[in-house]
Design a protein around this ligand. Structure first.
Ligand SMILES: Nc1ncnc2c1ncn2[C@@H]1O[C@H](COP(=O)(O)OP(=O)(O)OP(=O)(O)O)[C@@H](O)[C@H]1O
Ligand SMILES: [Mg+2]
Length: 276
């Protein structure tokens, strides 16, 4: 068995009396896409932030390819719910900025790389627009291009579509799906269960700062036995419009099947602007 690409060992994070992460073990192989799911406050964002080195651990260790990553070394890229783009810069300038500041690329070299990355997310023709002139989905794709430009070994997505209208969600999910197909190693926190079930090779269910379930994504959704996970999935299904009323206490094999085989599966891999 090869050494894991990402090894998170006994991760603990405590702030005051609050135990945020209570001993998380997670190992991820190169090219794996792991979906992180769990109720609000279960520690999903904290786990990603600790892996990226943005929040300090109070116990345990993180290794990416055998080394402890630091926020400035570019090993781990993170995409947030809020796009965090500079409003006064164009899409291209937003992507180029970090390349100039961190990678010390020349102005021309950074511009070239930025355009290549915008092309990858299907936004080359919007390179000269400012964030206010782009839709939320397009802004998030610029943020993804900015992350890709740093050539991270591992990308962490924290609810990348949570602030988008449903029709803009698809174009962002398609970009993530495309990255998965290139073999990028990724952890994706998402409330889009259908997406997690279709793109992630594994799903990890967190509750109260612990891993309760870790297994092949479709099995986690289809054969969920852990009572807390079943309740979580049942609640999710109650919220989505296309699901009939589930049985909250027991879940329902039919409904879990719906999550594991979502209507969106098989959608085109490129966004409408791609290749334009
Ligand atoms: N800096 C902090 N100080 C104290 N408590 C914190 C801090 N950061 C997070 N927490 C607490 O840790 C727990 C986990 O928070 P976290 O944001 O990781 O959850 P989450 O699973 O991402 O939730 P959501 O689905 O709502 O985004 C929560 O109870 C939160 O209030
Ligand atoms: Mg969160």
């Amino acid at each position: 068995m090869t050494a894991p690409f990402l090894l998170a060992e006994k991760l603990e994070r405590r702030v005051g009396d609050t135990q945020i992460l209570a001993g998380i073990d997670l190992s991820v192989q190169k090219g794996e896409v792991v979906g992180l799911i769990g109720p609000s406050g279960s520690g999903k964002s904290s786990l990603l932030r600790c892996i990226a080195g943005l929040d300090p651990l109070t116990g345990g260790r993180v290794l990416v390819e055998g080394r402890t990553p630091s926020p400035g070394d570019g090993t781990v890229g993170m995409v947030f719910q809020q796009f965090n783009l500079w409003p006064h810069l164009t899409a291209q300038e937003n992507v180029a900025l970090a390349l100039r500041l961190v990678r010390k690329l020349s102005r021309a070299g950074a511009a070239d790389s930025a355009r290549t990355m915008l092309d990858r997310v299907g936004l080359l023709k919007f390179a000269d627009r400012r964030p206010a002139q782009l839709s939320g989905g397009q802004q998030q794709r610029v943020a993804i291009a900015r992350t890709l430009a740093m050539e991270p070994r591992l990308i962490l997505f924290d609810e990348p579509t949570a602030s988008l209208d449903p029709e803009l969600t698809t174009e962002v999910l398609d970009v993530i799906r495309g990255l998965a197909e290139t073999g990028m190693t990724m952890l994706v926190v998402s409330h889009e269960m259908g997406f997690v079930a279709s793109v992630a090779s594994r799903a990890v269910f967190l509750d109260h700062g612990r891993v309760l379930v870790d297994g092949p994504a479709k099995a986690v959704f289809r054969d969920a036995e852990e009572p807390r996970l079943r309740r979580f999935l049942a609640t999710y299904l109650q919220r989505v419009a296309w699901a009939p009323e589930p049985e909250p206490a027991t879940g329902s094999p039919v409904l879990l099947e719906t999550v594991a085989n979502p209507p969106g599966e098989g959608m085109p891999l490129t966004s409408p602007e791609a290749g334009a």
